[in-house]
Design a binder for this molecule. Sequence first.
Ligand code: 5GP
Ligand code: ZN
Length: 117
Amino acid sequence: MENSTDCIFCKIAEGEMSTNFLYEGENVIAFDDINPQAPVHALIVPRAHIASMNDVGSAADNLVGRMFHVARDIAKQKGIDKTGYQLLIRTGRDGGQEVDHIHLHLTGGKELGLNVG
Ligand code: 5GP
Ligand code: ZN
């Protein structure tokens, strides 16, 4: 799938934005959210431009699994694996998705309610 030139997360993935990466893998990257809703708030993002969970085909199943594994590793790296965390993929209008490039939110570092952000 081609990257979208107007997509902020494609630009971050392509190194066009100054970004402090938490993880840079072949297919997945992670970085801190610009507007954190918790002491730890990272975004785990595939390099490929996949608009939303609705666009995840079977070919991307491994990619989504990889995103969750990276999130788990970052939770450990940030020291919140024992205290706990939430993982969230917002999808579409009612889901509150603002950036149309699929991403997994990792939040933690405080006691979280059901809805964060
Ligand atoms: P959504 O509502 O789509 O699930 O979440 C989008 C998230 O991306 C928001 O939490 C927002 O703060 C974050 N975000 C938007 N633009 C940027 C950016 O340029 N850099 C970073 N690091 N985060 C961004
Ligand atoms: Zn994109």
